[in-house]
Design a protein. Structure first.
Lengths: 114, 114
DNA sequence: TAAATGCGCAACCAAACGGTTGCCCATATC
DNA sequence: GATATGGGCAACCGTTTGGTTGCGCATTTA
């Protein structure tokens, strides 16, 4: 409602975008999108990066809620949470539709003038 | 088709995500989503940042195709291009639906077992 | 109990990022 | 022609980021 709320909301969107704005993290999300919960070493085996590098990336994803982790014995199991992805989809569709509407109005205005 | 192609594709998505992963740039996109093409100083007036800072951000957006610029007289006019946004929407919906499908299969499998 | 596996933590490093300042050029405006 | 406006370019700077290495701890497994 208030412009303050919208400001805060877009800050969150920016954070999620930023979290996805890294090839490694995006591939982790893609890897986890098959519905399987995986351990850190499991996820590390796909990349040439160190386990610690993957760990850092997973924490970035966790901080924005794109991923949840559970400790099971000696390993940390990560699984995807698609809700932030849906948030982004909504945000993008709002921007796109605002653009489309604006163009439609502009077109109507121009046609009205001629 | 090939895994190489998909790899390159997701690299592009990551770049667009990264471009949107900054509060200032995201606000520029939002500002331009009203269908109006604006000059750099025009866009700079909204923020407390320097004109040069805004210029840099606009070039980042331009590099990933989120924005186009045209020189008109002594000013550079920028306008939004929503196609990359649609790309992201598609990408996100693919990931989400893959997740949903996987969960559905998992559920069906579990119910089959019991 | 000893060895192996999976992680977490901290320190460290180079590169990228976001931002500023200063200067100069081109285009409008008076 | 003189002045004001809009913008490009380059240098510079502090902070963040992505990555590594080293070490220690807890949990399995032999």
């Amino acid at each position: 409602m208030s412009s303050r709320r919208r400001r805060l909301a877009s800050e969150r969107q920016a954070q999620i975008f930023a979290a996805l704005g890294d090839q490694t993290r995006l591939s982790l999300v893609a890897r986890l999108s098959d519905g399987t919960a995986r351990s850190i070493t499991d996820l590390s085996d796909d990349h040439k990066l160190t386990r610690q590098a993957i760990t850092k990336h997973l924490h970035v994803l966790e901080d924005v809620g794109l991923v949840r982790s559970v400790r099971s014995g000696r390993e940390s199991i990560f699984e995807l949470d698609t809700r932030p992805l849906n948030e982004l989809q909504d945000y993008l569709s709002r921007v796109s539709s605002q653009w489309d509407d604006a163009l439609a109005r502009l077109k109507a205005f121009v046609e009205d003038e001629t």
